[in-house]
Design a protein around this ligand. Structure first.
Ligand code: HEC
Length: 110
């Protein structure tokens, strides 16, 4: 019993290291990484598929969002739509900049 617990712990430690290495080698700037984190936390519930091939409530967010126009993307984030909440009072301007910078790194047909 004790032995299997330590095997699991070892596996977990290996996984943590693996995901850290993956993050460090992702080629993103700190700002883009912050944006990715905000998208996962604040937008993921509607814009990220919960499983492979699962449908999302909102469209997938990529560099093509808002027709590829950064000011349209900002408009969505600031004011929302009837189906999407506004983030004007929730995100700081620097956080919105980070989201916009991150979305530019997401390939359009993914
Ligand atoms: C409650 C669900 C919900 C959340 C949370 C949400 N959105 Fe949306 N979003 C939508 C929906 C739905 C649409 C599609 C437009 C519509 O139907 O109003 C949309 C559309 C968009 C679009 C335009 C997409 C395109 O293809 O042009 C952008 C950009 C966007 N959202 C960004 C964000 C960002 C960034 C966040 C997080 C800060 C976010 N959204 C959080 C539901 C959401």
């Amino acid at each position: 019993m004790k032995r299997s617990v330590s095997v699991i712990l070892l596996l977990l430690a290996g996984y943590a290291q693996y995901s850290f290495a993956q993050q460090a080698g992702d080629g993103l700037t700190d700002q883009q990484r912050l944006g990715r984190q905000i998208v996962a936390q604040a937008c993921g519930v509607c814009h990220l598929p919960p499983a492979r091939n699962a449908r999302t409530y909102g469209p997938l967010l990529t560099k093509g969002a808002g027709g590829g126009d950064e000011s349209v993307v900002r408009e969505y984030i600031l004011n929302g739509t009837p189906r999407m909440p506004s983030f004007k009072y929730f995100l700081q301007p620097a956080e919105i900049d980070a989201v916009v910078a991150y979305l530019k790194t997401v390939p359009a047909n993914k």
